[in-house]
Design a protein around this ligand. Structure first.
Ligand code: SF4
Ligand code: SF4
Length: 108
């Protein structure tokens, strides 16, 4: 059933909080093979910490009370590739998750 027929207008999703949007995708978490790693030494010297605001899924968070230490919530990753371009300090090592793991989008 299309969104119009279901009563939801196409633009209504724009008003949703991030957590609700992320609830609409599914992830297969691969705890033994996190596909994102950060170099904490590089991050501690990074001035703008662009990863903490450029990622649409909020994967990168500066640890509270530990300035410069970046937590990575890799299980939320949408695999859009934005952070790979945005981090110009080479602080991120990013690889695709193993086959069958990672994000799975639901349509309709
Ligand atoms: S991951 Fe890149 S942008 Fe983010 S804090 Fe580390 S060096 Fe800076
Ligand atoms: S690939 Fe996209 S969703 Fe995943 S961590 Fe990078 S910016 Fe965030």
């Amino acid at each position: 059933m299309s969104k119009e027929h279901s009563g939801q207008k196409p633009w209504e999703g724009l008003q949703m909080p991030l957590e609700e949007k992320l609830y609409r995708v599914r992830y297969e978490v691969d705890p033994d093979h996190p596909h994102i790693k950060v170099n904490q030494e590089i991050c501690s010297r990074c001035g703008d910490r662009v990863c903490t605001f450029i990622c649409p899924a909020g994967v990168y968070v500066e640890s509270p009370g530990q300035p410069g230490h970046i937590q990575v919530r890799h299980e939320n990753c949408l695999e859009c590739g934005t952070c790979r371009v945005a981090c110009t300090c080479e602080g991120i090592t990013w690889d695709y998750p193993n086959g069958g793991m990672g994000v799975r989008y639901r349509f309709g």
